[in-house]
Design a protein around this ligand. Sequence first.
Ligand code: DGP
Length: 220
Amino acid sequence: MALENKNCHLAISRGSLIVLEGLDRSGKSSQCSRLVSYLQEKGIPVEACRFPDRSTSVGQMISTYLANESELDDRTIHLLFSANRWEKRSLMETKLKNGISLIVDRYSYSGVAFSASKGLNIEWCKAPEEGLIAPDLVIYLEIAPEKAAERDGYGCERYEQLEFQRKVAQNYNLLRDSTWKVIDGCLSLETIESQVREQALECVSVCKKGKPLLNMWLSK
Ligand code: DGP
């Protein structure tokens, strides 16, 4: 008689989708890499990703546009940013289902907040994001646009203009939902880091317990 072992198909607990959002120069990228290193040290399977992902051919068109080396219609570039997220969707889902948490620098909220700041209708901007994987946690690093403008490197790319970033901040406010945790981006790097860690660890533990994966804006 075959030996039955009911424990041999233990389900893998899924990873968490954690997104960092904020204005340009709000400190997201540094906090993303600090968080990834921290979770790795704790033995949590984790990977970093960022949008726009400039490594793909769609990403290269976006990069050229951001560097002011090409001109595109506002709706066209909006859809390219969205396509850049869609081209990673199935890979992201596979990783999450295999227990790998993803720390993502910008996501659909950037997509909508930036494009709506050009005057596009916010609901129109949200539509192509529907069906992407919904983040389990969005950490928004809040910083006054004037403060961000004082930081090193500001002004290099197309959207790094004070008046435009003010509109982006207003649009981010319209997008806040129950997955958001707002952290003051003017605190010290270390203080922000410890708040980010705390939120991330709680999120990872909730997802491990079987929280289902949801889709963007369909079920919120
Ligand atoms: P970053 O690589 O994170 O510095 O982002 C580059 C710029 O592109 C930044 O100004 C934010 C903007 N951005 C990021 N994602 C989107 C998006 O989906 N749509 C639009 N319109 N802008 C975006």
